[in-house]
Design a protein around this ligand. Structure first.
Ligand code: AMP
Length: 478
């Protein structure tokens, strides 16, 4: 199926084309026709599946089909749990609607409200908001929802997790009953099912089962390491010949250049790709990487957006991203096209907050690579009593509370909601299996320290993780 089969109007098709999308993702294929028909939707899909376009495109089409009233009331309200997600959704509306004359604004807490109030006064068709601030502005009389025609709840389960469910219900009660409601959630716990039941009318249920598997399929591991030791560690891990093609993420352009240079110095063919490099240099680096002339490509998030290279066996998070979604996008560069892959993250004591955010997002604890538990080997396995200066105490939420190794296997991303069978750990998957009997035991990404080998059964045929193959990342806030 192509986008042209979805009966989208030309300005949207053009925008989608400019984004570099060729085929609609499964959630888009399933949702767009129903959403265009005005139906309510109950979508079981997580971020990374293309779900934003699944609701934004039909909404934009609907807005376009109707006359613009003189005073622009809010006609579309999108609720999202976090500021980051709200901003990303806003960016998506901007990108997909770039050839349409609509107005939108994003509302979230933690910043001054005046610019948001100004934008609302100006009149907007689409408001993307986090519940707390929206409610606040509603109570102050700055937001009127009496003309809302389409209500979107995105990542409903996270709104529940973050304690927004009552706010959400209050907001929903201020929206006219006669409306279209599009409801998305990665998991469907009972409270979410109840909420969906209460606010949706005869919804069409759309589900993309393999969504979470982008994360699940990848053998993830983490090494606790001091900042100053990261290079030595990388160098050591790279001795493993199973690491054929590695993408290494750094936070800064400068860091990327420096690391690529350091690697070259020690004989590892590498190059850096980032925003400061000329387009031709970037293209050359990518070509060398995909042809195997360069084994390690060091990248920043922004530069990595367009990277579409098959056969990346390993993704290293040399620096942890401070936007947790980036972690999922980074590691999704491996495990493409049904292949498996490995993702190894380095976490220095300074980055423990980032790690906690990532684990919260992916809803699992990343197994620690054996030998890299940090200075205090027992930190996660109960052996560390806490309180020692400079240590990894509290390196991650609850990190000290576990008394024995298997007590905290990585949690399934979807909380079991999709009926994935549990497969045994996948120590022998070639894509990430370092050579057995190799002389560098620590380079065994698939051997989590706590034996957390909770892989998942293979995907249904023909289905593969979406985030890993999506392109056109126009909006990741990096
Ligand atoms: P989302 O799940 O909406 O956060 O989307 C994840 C990523 O996929 C974003 O970077 C989108 O730009 C991208 N994307 C969405 N739809 C498509 C598509 N049909 N083809 C390629 N990339 C897409």
């Amino acid at each position: 199926m192509r986008f042209t089969d979805l009966h989208l109007i030309e300005p949207l098709l053009r925008a989608v084309h400019e984004e570099g999308y060729v085929t609609p993702t499964p959630i888009q294929q399933q949702s767009i026709p129903h959403a265009l028909a005005g139906k309510d939707l109950l979508g079981c899909a997580q971020t990374g599946t293309g779900k934003t376009a699944a609701f934004a495109l039909p909404i934009l089409q609907r807005l376009h089909g109707q006359p613009v009233p003189h005073v622009r009331p809010i006609r579309v309200l999108v609720l999202a749990p976090t500021r980051e997600l709200a901003t990303q959704i806003g960016d998506s509306f901007r990108a997909y609607g770039r050839h349409l004359p609509f107005r939108h604004t994003v509302i979230y807490g933690g910043v001054g409200q005046n610019p948001q109030v100004q934008a609302l006064r100006h009149g907007v068709d689409v408001v993307v908001a986090t519940p707390g601030r929206l409610l606040d502005l509603m109570q102050q009389g700055f937001v009127k929802l009496g003309h809302v025609e389409v209500l979107v709840l995105d990542e409903a389960d996270r709104m529940l997790d973050l304690g927004f469910i009552h706010d959400v219900r209050r907001i929903v009660s201020a929206v006219p009953k006669k409306r279209q409601t599009l409801f998305f959630s990665a998991t469907m716990p009972r409270d979410i099912q109840q909420l969906a039941h209460d606010i949706l009318v005869h919804p069409v249920r759309v589900e993309v089962t393999p969504t979470a598997t982008t994360v699940e399929k990848i053998a993830q591991s983490i090494c606790f390491v001091d900042k100053g030791e990261k290079f030595t560690l990388l160098q050591k891990l790279l001795r493993d010949p199973a690491i054929q093609r590695a993408l290494v993420f750094t936070r800064t352009k400068h860091g990327a250049n420096k690391l690529a240079r350091q690697l070259e110095k020690v004989g590892v063919r590498s190059d850096a790709i980032h925003g400061n490099k000329a387009q031709t240099a970037r293209e050359r680096a990518l070509k060398d990487f995909s042809k195997g002339r360069v084994r390690v490509l060091v990248a920043t998030d922004i530069a990595a957006r367009g990277i579409d290279v098959e056969g990346i066996t390993h993704v290293f998070n040399y620096d942890l991203p401070n936007v947790p979604d980036s972690y999922v996008h980074r590691i999704g560069r491996t495990a493409r096209a049904g292949a498996s892959g490995a993702a190894i993250a380095f976490c220095s004591p300074e980055e423990r907050g980032e790690l906690a955010d990532i684990e919260k997002l992916i809803r699992m604890r990343i197994p620690v690579m054996a030998g890299y538990e940090g200075r205090f080997a027992g930190a996660r396995e109960g052996g560390y009593a806490g309180g020692r200066a400079g240590g990894y105490a509290g390196a991650r939420e609850g990190g000290l509370a576990h008394g024995h190794a298997p007590a905290h296997p990585p949690r399934q991303v979807h909380g079991g909601g999709h009926g994935h069978g549990h497969a045994p750990a996948h120590p022998s998957r070639p894509a990430h299996a370092p050579t057995q009997g190799h002389s560098h035991p620590p380079a065994h990404p698939q051997r989590p320290a706590h034996g957390g080998g909770h892989g998942h059964a293979a995907h249904p045929p023909g289905q593969r993780p979406v985030a890993g193959r999506l392109r056109g990342r126009h909006r990741r806030g990096r």
